[in-house]
Design a binder for this molecule. Structure first.
Ligand code: DGL
Length: 269
């Protein structure tokens, strides 16, 4: 793997910036190219065939820019398109967020009853269930699509009574029962933004698993990132398919630092 090449990261929009943030924390000196397919988001409500097609186009755009590996920083795309991406690019390392998230959940759960929340596409495809069962065939998985969380996170409604009421509505039916799961996987890039509201409505003992950090650790292991190079911070090239101003505004909150609209190149896929 050529270490001078950047790491390619894509998502349907700004959500994957939570993954990029974890990647940069784990590998500060690495260079990245981030592509947000903002013209066609959300992916979470689209059919698996469409998400596969879009994901292959995102991958092509990054590969054209000579990336040394591909991080699928979107749960929906990881759930539907990882197989197709690996098949089309057999020599390029492709890492999604589902497998690391599933591994972290199996490691965290004492009862092996695990809850997974995500977009409609992620949940209906059953990718987390499959990944968890591959690690522990006896695990029990309870899952639920929480689509409204995506718009709430982009709107910045992440804490307080509205966020908690919506979190309760989605999660009480799962957690207010005897034998409820002891671990919850945030199987969507946007959901870590709502972690405080989600925490507030969950029983105290429930573990929350966010796949961003664990995915970053998996990427670091795979590419042997320049984490040891101190004093230099790598660069990020920003690509989006629409709306640089919105990408910068909403994305800044997900990234945890200010994004400049002028630094974002708008491309066609
Ligand atoms: N990035 C998507 C995910 O993690 C959420 C947003 C969308 O539906 O496009 O599933």
């Amino acid at each position: 793997m050529n270490e001078s090449k950047p790491i390619g990261v894509f998502d349907s929009g700004v959500g994957g910036l939570t993954v990029l943030r974890a990647l940069r924390a784990a590998m500060p000196a690495e260079n990245f190219i981030y592509l947000g397919d903002t013209a066609r988001l959300p992916y979470g409500t689209k059919s698996a065939e469409t998400v596969v097609r879009y994901s292959l186009q995102c991958a092509d755009a990054l590969i054209k820019r000579r990336v040394r590996c591909l991080v699928v920083a979107c749960n929906t795309a990881s759930a539907s398109a990882l197989g197709a991406l690996r098949e089309h690019h057999p020599t390029l390392p492709v890492i999604g967020v589902v497998e690391p998230g599933a591994a972290a959940a199996v490691a965290a759960s004492a009862t092996q009853h695990i809850a997974v929340i995500g977009t409609e596409g992620t949940i209906s495809g059953g990718a987390y269930q499959t990944a968890i069962h591959r690690l522990n065939p006896a695990a029990r998985v309870t899952s639920r699509a929480c689509s409204l969380f995506v718009s709430m996170a982009e709107e910045g409604w992440t804490e307080g009574p509205i966020a908690e009421a919506v979190a309760s509505r989605y999660l009480d039916p799962i957690f207010q029962n005897a034998g409820a799961p002891d671990t919850l996987v945030l199987g969507c890039t946007h959901f870590p933004a709502l972690a405080t509201a989600i925490r507030a409505v969950l029983p105290r003992h429930v573990n929350i698993v966010d796949s961003a950090t664990i995915t970053a650790a998996a990427v670091l292991q795979l590419v042997g990132g320049n984490s040891a190079r101190v004093g230099t911070r790598g660069a990020v090239a920003w690509l989006a398919t629409d709306g640089a101003a919105r990408f910068a505004r909403v994305g800044s909150a997900f990234l945890g630092e200010r994004l400049d609209a002028e630094a974002i190149d708008i491309i066609d896929l």
